[in-house]
Design a protein around this ligand. Structure first.
Ligand SMILES: [Zn+2]
Ligand SMILES: [Zn+2]
Length: 242
């Protein structure tokens, strides 16, 4: 991202990232009172492993995918359900203007969720889901890394960008079902500098939790490289994906 773009992004006027309403210059929360009260928080019944929203009448503690698939991460938390104003803000971050400050705000909010849900976990490092060099060139930034930067700063836990890499591009995950996503993402990631990762407790950050295939595959390579535990944190979770 060039310096002009960074400055334009960083010094955007303080507006609510969810509805665009102007906020006072002293506000550092990036959310207006109306949105703060009405956003689709993921605080209903949810899978106790991957945090996917579950049917309120379901008697299950975890979703069908966590029952039938080995999870290499200990748990995922998602602050919101991926819909309405939250989906709009994430799309705006990825494809519109103002990527840096939206990602920064979403990261601050996500850090609160991490503190609330993982209050007894001591993290050694924050990692984000990497993009391939090709995607990074096309998009100019990695939204997961921008969010992870903000989470890392808010938690006071170091971030490392030289651990998890995606050597080549894979076909797009969107449009694939649960099983096909799992196959498509297999072996897409590598761990570099694995000396560092041994026995570490990792917080792995991404923007959206869909089937968990990507986070699970990242967690698998990290655990195989010697990480002791991987916890995931995502801004939003889609309703249960089939
Ligand atoms: Zn608002
Ligand atoms: Zn689950």
């Amino acid at each position: 991202m060039n310096i002009k773009k960074i400055l334009a992004n960083t010094f955007s006027p303080p507006v609510c990232i969810f509805c665009g309403k102007a906020l006072s210059f002293t506000s550092d929360y990036y959310v207006c009172n109306d949105c703060a009260l009405t956003l689709p928080y993921n605080d209903g019944k949810r899978c106790n492993i991957c945090c996917a929203p579950l049917d309120m009448v379901s008697g299950d503690l975890c979703c069908i995918h966590c029952k039938t698939t080995k999870r290499w991460f200990a748990q995922n938390v998602s602050r919101y359900v991926y819909k309405d104003k939250v989906a709009n803000a994430i799309k705006q971050m990825k494809f519109g203007k103002g990527q840096l400050w939206i990602a920064d705000a979403l990261g601050k909010f996500l850090a609160q969720t991490v503190k609330e849900n993982y209050h007894n976990v001591l993290f050694d490092v924050v990692l984000s889901v990497p993009l391939s060099k090709k995607s990074l060139r096309e998009r100019d930034f990695n939204q997961s890394e921008l969010i992870a930067n903000s989470v890392s700063a808010a938690l006071g836990v170091q971030i490392r960008r030289d651990i998890l890499i995606k050597p080549v591009e894979i076909s797009k995950q969107s449009g694939l079902n649960f099983e096909k996503r799992k196959q498509n993402i297999k072996n897409a990631f590598l761990v570099k500098n694995d000396d560092f990762i041994i026995d570490k407790t990792i917080l792995l950050v991404d923007d959206i939790y869909t089937t968990g295939a990507t986070l699970n595959e990242c967690s698998r390579v990290l655990r195989n490289a010697g990480a002791s535990c991987v916890f995931c944190a995502t801004v939003a979770s889609t309703p249960l994906y089939r």
